[in-house]
Design a binder for this molecule. Structure first.
Ligand code: GLP
Length: 241
């Protein structure tokens, strides 16, 4: 595992964007696994800036996002589809037909998940998977206790995740209770993993995930077994390791 220490959120975002941009330059037709949440917003902003300067071309890139709330239509303001378009896809030259997220409104959960796994399989897997981490150690929406061998599946969100994500909704009641997420197996099959983290509230879980026991109770801890993981974090997030 490589650990890259950044000064602050902006520095962390620039460093994460540099790694993604290197991936795109080395393999223009790469498959990027992307993440939502507050952490990667600065990374996407930096990539957009480089695109606007003419330094980055995303025309051949394919993306597969980690997760999507179950039940939210794509145009819902809090859907991850919407998030990704507002913060990234609408601002760069990515081909819309190469953008993939789980289909949140498909009532047939098993079919929606199987289709998503098939898409990733047909693409030949993920070259670089960007991840954030929840304060309980979740990655994607793989909550504590999630089986390590799962592909894309439907999850019940924990109280802690609903609480953490309510800041994006008008009220706690509006936060969906379920989501479709790539499983740990899918994430572990990515050729490279880049986990970005910022802020003191994540320091303890980062220590547990990367230096504690590998256990489903801390889903991110499985990344200790991945052959190519880069952790990029700011001082506050990494101060315990
Ligand atoms: C959500 C997402 C995760 C993300 C996590 C942390 O639950 N499903 O992919 O890593 O939140 O978000 P933040 O970066 O806002 O702390």
């Amino acid at each position: 595992m490589k650990i890259i220490r950044a000064k602050d959120y902006n520095d962390m975002s620039r460093k994460a964007a540099n790694i993604i941009s290197a991936q795109i330059i080395m393999k223009p037709h790469c498959v990027l696994g992307l993440a939502t949440g507050g952490t990667p917003v600065g990374t996407y902003k930096q990539l957009v800036e480089w695109y606007n300067k003419g330094d980055l071309d995303l025309s051949e890139v394919t993306t597969v996002n980690l997760d999507e709330y179950r039940g939210l239509p794509r145009d819902h303001e809090q859907s991850y589809w919407h998030f990704m378009h507002v913060h990234f896809f609408d601002l760069v030259n990515i081909d819309p037909s190469r953008i993939h997220l789980p289909e949140g409104t498909d009532p047939d959960a098993a079919a929606a998940c199987a289709r998503y796994d098939q898409i990733i399989h047909d693409l030949g897997g993920i070259d670089l998977q960007l991840l954030g981490i929840g304060i309980d150690g979740h990655i994607g929406f793989n909550e504590p206790g999630a089986a390590f061998e799962l592909g894309t599946h439907c999850v019940d969100l924990t109280e802690s995740t609903i609480e953490a994500n309510k800041r994006f909704f008008a009220s706690r009641e509006e936060v969906p209770r379920q989501a479709y997420t790539m499983g740990i197996k899918t994430i572990m099959q990515a050729r490279k993993v880049l986990l970005a983290v910022s802020g003191g509230s994540k320091a303890e879980i980062v220590k547990q995930a990367f230096f504690g026991p590998v256990t489903p109770e801390v889903p991110a801890s499985i990344l200790q077994m991945h052959p190519d993981v880069t952790l990029v974090g700011d001082e506050e997030a990494l101060h315990l390791i």
